[in-house]
Ligand binder design. Structure first.
Ligand code: ATP
Length: 741
């Protein structure tokens, strides 16, 4: 049989004012001693060192009560310490040491210390380590004095816990509780995470909208930058071109105006000043010439008349001549004159007429000279007069011809002069029109130039505004090429562009949000946080699901083992019970939870077990499938725990405790006067069972019974002398029996 408990050492614990040590060498050790010597304190020392937290279970009110309180012989201690040593060669405890010492110390201020092989650890480390070895928990393996029927008095829930504990399910329960705690935490975290997400949700949404708007605004600004560049490039090209073109045109019209002005001045001069003088001069000359011609003609007529008279006079003095001129020669002469005159009549040319007249005169003269010798000499004075007059007339006729020619010339000159005056007038009108046109064109050009200047100002204004809106990108137009068609398109197209640009600017202004960087940053942070929370949520839900799986798995294991274990316990219980009572029956039954029971049976009278009578089950236990115990004694009709005598109750408890220990033997079992109520016959049966149990568990039995002492392999006596300090010593059965008496 394995022995796990090697020793226990007490120093300053309760009545053990001095260091005392118990070393176990037998699987059944019995502690004996008189009342009040400190036996129960030893049992409590086990509870204490194994982590008991209930002061009541240690018969104390506070930590200080556990410390040696002092006596006149020995001063009080400041700390109580209990050390227990386990043999761990079979790895009872899950720790890699062949021997494990657990020590608990309590100080006067109530502070506790736990040490594992001398190293300070936490209470829960101790509890976990012991649970792994099926030690601790509900403490059924340490049955304190007077607590024998505790298992009978326990509620169904407590009872079930004890059974679970005995079946070694504590570890699973711990794991389950741990998982449930984690699940709860996880649920809390899920809720927290969800509420965090809900909290940031609207903010995130708001930020997302903001960022979308920013994005839109950024696109709009890009579009605007593009439009501005295009617009400015076109505008600049147009302005430059217009400027140059209009300047050229203005120069052309300036020149035209200057030239036309000069020409007009000239034409006006020609029309007024010069020409009028010329015309009047020619007119006065013309008047002179007409006058001269009239005089010449008058003179000619006078000479012509005188010549007629002279010729008449001459004819009168030449009467005799008739006889001396032959008729034929007179006829020839007449014919010749007539022919000449005919010629003169036929011509209109004055000079021709004059020539004819000359010829006629010469003929007349030669005719007269031809017959001069034949007649007597006519009066020469008359003849000479005629000749002179004829010459004079010829002279006058010459003068008349010249005067007529002069007049003609002057007339032509006047007409020419007049003609040139008309031309000048026409020129003036034409030039004036030309000048007006040039001037109006120039003024149109100047208007256009003013419009271009306005356009330039607006261009510069656009550039400034552009800088404010899109920054340095506004200068992009200088780099870009002149957009196609900018110089040839209609101005209204560019104006449409400008209006579109204005509309875009308004849009951007409307979308305008303050510090975009901050918004984007906050959005990203919030988004990351949301994503983190989402991921966290998934993780949490995954872990919750896996925890639920674990819990379900553990529950299944616990349930299976419990059902299985309970079956075995009931078998053992039946055996122990009938052994102790010489028949009868005892059985543990799983209760149906009250709520479930009510649901199943309706509100009608419940099929209550005996011990349930009058018992009020706390709310939280009402759903718990606790364990009830049913007992039927041999030869007795009554059933139920209430009717049992004190001894019967003790026997029943013992049967129950032993049957539990039998199924899943604990490493050790401490029984503090569990046999106190038994009569001699039953004490013997108890001793028999102790032996049976001792085959599987180490037993420490505090007793006053001889039969029990006899079952032990070793005996320890506890004494207390007048100093009030408990002492431990190994004793022989005979001595022990003396004490027992
Ligand atoms: P019985 O056989 O009657 O059950 P016992 O041997 O089990 O007696 P205990 O109950 O173990 O006796 O011991 C009780 C004794 O321990 C009392 O005399 C009590 O005064 C003493 N005691 C308890 N606590 C302290 C303490 N803190 N300091 C000193 N003595 C203490």
């Amino acid at each position: 049989m394995a022995m796990y408990l090697k020793s226990i050492e007490l120093l300053g614990f309760k009545s053990f004012g001095k260091k005392e040590k118990l070393v176990f060498t037998s699987s059944i050790a019995s502690i004996v001693g008189p009342n009040g010597s400190g036996k129960s304190n030893v049992a409590e020392a086990f509870r204490f060192v194994l982590g008991e937290q209930s002061m009541k279970s240690l018969r104390s009110k506070k930590g200080e009560d556990l410390i040696w309180g002092g006596s006149p012989a020995l001063a009080r201690a400041n700390r109580a310490s209990v050390k227990v040593v386990f043999d761990n060669s079979k790895r009872l405890l899950d720790i890699d040491f062949p021997e494990v010492m657990i020590e608990r110390v309590v100080h006067r201020d109530g502070a506790n210390e736990y040490l594992l092989n001398g190293t300070q650890v936490r209470l829960k480390d101790v509890i976990r380590l012991l649970a792994g070895a099926n030690i601790g928990g509900s403490g059924y393996q340490i049955i304190s004095q007077g607590e024998a029927d505790r298992i009978l008095n326990a509620s169904p829930k407590e009872r079930r816990e004890m059974v679970e504990d005995a079946l070694g399910l504590k570890l699973y329960q711990h794991k389950k509780a741990e998982s449930e705690r984690k699940l709860e935490e996880t649920a809390v975290n899920i809720d927290k995470t969800k509420s965090l997400r809900r909290e940031i949700g609207p903010h995130l949404h708001f930020l997302r909208m903001q960022v979308e708007r920013l994005e839109k605004a950024r696109e709009l600004r890009e579009e605007l930058a593009h439009q501005i560049n295009d617009y400015l490039a076109r505008e600049h090209a147009w302005i430059t071109q217009e400027d140059a073109r209009l300047l050229d045109e203005a120069r052309v019209y300036d020149t035209q105006i200057r030239d036309a002005g000069r020409a007009l001045e000239d034409a006006r001069a020609r029309r007024t000043g010069g020409n009028d003088a010329v015309v009047s001069e020619i007119q006065s000359k013309l008047r002179g010439a007409e006058h001269a011609l009239a005089q010449v003609r008058q003179e000619g007529e006078r000479v012509s008349r005188e010549l007629g008279r002279a010729e008449g006079a001459l004819e009168a003095v030449s009467v005799t001549v008739t006889e001396s001129i032959s008729a034929s020669s007179a006829r020839d002469f007449a014919r010749e004159i007539e022919e000449a005159l005919d010629d003169a009549e036929d011509t209109e040319d004055l000079s021709e007429v004059r020539l004819v007249l000359e010829r006629v005169r010469d003929r007349i003269r030669s005719f007269i000279e031809g017959f001069a010798d034949k007649v007597h000499k006519p009066d020469t004075a008359h003849t000479q007069h005629v000749v002179d007059l004829s010459a004079q007339l010829a002279q006058i006729q010459k003068q008349e011809t010249a005067a007529t020619a002069e007049l003609e010339m002057l007339r032509q000159e006047l007409s020419r002069a007049r003609e040139s005056g008309f031309v000048a007038e026409r020129d003036v009108i034409a030039l004036e029109a030309q000048l007006r046109e040039a001037q109006s064109k120039l003024s149109m050009v100047q208007n256009s130039r003013a419009a271009v200047a306005v356009a330039r100002e607006r261009f510069e204004e656009e550039v400034r505004e552009g800088i404010a809106l899109i920054g340095a990108a506004v200068h992009g137009w200088q780099r870009s090429e002149i957009p196609q068609g900018s110089l040839s398109e209609d101005r209204s197209v560019q104006e449409r562009r400008r209006r579109a640009m204005e509309r875009l600017k308004i849009k951007i202004e409307e979308a305008g949000i303050g510090n975009s960087d901050a918004v984007v940053k906050e959005f990203n942070q919030t988004k990351q946080r949301d994503e983190f929370l989402t991921k966290e949520l998934v993780d949490l839900e995954t872990s919750a699901a896996s925890l639920r799986d674990i819990i379900a798995e553990l529950e299944k294991t616990i349930d299976q083992r419990f059902t299985e274990g309970l079956k075995h316990i009931n078998v053992a219980l039946g055996e122990f019970f009938s052994k102790l009572f010489g028949g009868g029956e005892a059985k543990l039954t799983v209760e149906t939870p009250r709520k479930a029971r009510e649901a199943r049976h309706g509100a009608g009278p419940a099929d209550l077990d005996d011990e349930d009578l009058g018992e009020t089950i706390p709310e939280e236990e009402s759903l718990y499938a606790g364990l009830s115990i049913s007992v039927s004694l041999p030869r007795k009709k009554v059933r139920g725990l209430e009717v049992l005598s004190g001894g019967e109750r003790a026997l029943t408890s013992i049967a129950l405790i032993f049957s539990m220990s039998q199924v899943n033997p604990p490493p050790f079992l401490i029984l503090d006067e569990t046999d106190a109520a038994l009569d001699e016959a039953n004490s013997k049966r108890y001793a028999d069972m102790i032996r049976i149990l001792g085959a599987h568990s180490q037993l420490i039995v505090i007793t006053h019974n001889r039969a029990t002492m006899a079952a032990a392999g070793e005996l320890y006596g506890v004494t207390m002398s007048s100093d009030g300090v408990s002492k431990l010593l190994s004793v022989k059965l005979a001595e022990a029996e003396k004490v027992a008496k």
